[in-house]
Write a protein that binds this ligand. Structure first.
Ligand SMILES: CC(C)(COP(=O)(O)OP(=O)(O)OC[C@H]1O[C@@H](n2cnc3c(N)ncnc32)[C@H](O)[C@@H]1OP(=O)(O)O)[C@@H](O)C(=O)NCCC(=O)NCCS
Length: 119
């Protein structure tokens, strides 16, 4: 299991400072486009940011070992997790077949819990 909490204001600050760098480093196209369906994308991006960290914890690794974009948290209804490259390899090594997340956010904070399940 893994959990993480993100401050929306911190994500908003990073977004305003250098949006293209933040996008390039942290978010997949799907995540970016989903968040930008909303007037203030910061809340959904904060949730994706927390979600990636929660998933990393559930896989027993940190961001030094798994790049942010190797984990995608989908948007639009029940969120789903897609793993790529190093994250997918780590999951395979652990025998993890499914990663579940649940998300909640307010204008201030986003909280995500993740659960990595074996066969
Ligand atoms: C899903 C629901 C309980 C979310 O609660 P909320 O207090 O409004 O908002 P929260 O911040 O706690 O949760 C938002 C997150 O819930 C998740 N969520 C949305 N729909 C979900 C679902 N069907 N199942 C599980 N999680 C869901 C999403 O991850 C969302 O975050 P995101 O937009 O960043 O991906 C609420 O929006 C709801 O009941 N919606 C009704 C959906 C519905 O019946 N739709 C009918 C048409 S399909």
């Amino acid at each position: 299991m893994g959990v993480d909490l993100a401050e929306v204001s911190r994500v908003r600050h990073l977004l305003n400072r250098d949006p293209s760098r933040f996008r390039e480093r942290c978010f997949t196209d799907h995540e970016w486009e989903y968040a930008h369906r909303f007037k203030d994308p910061s809340e959904r991006l904060a949730a994706r940011f927390a979600g990636k960290e929660a998933v990393m914890k559930s896989l027993g690794v940190g961001w030094r070992h798994v790049p942010w974009k190797d984990i995608e948290i989908t948007g639009g209804g029940q969120p789903r997790v897609r793993l790529f490259r190093k994250a997918a390899k780590r999951a395979e090594m652990l025998g993890v077949e499914r990663v579940l997340v649940t998300i909640t956010h307010t204008g201030d904070q986003a909280l995500v819990m993740a659960l990595s399940l074996g066969g």
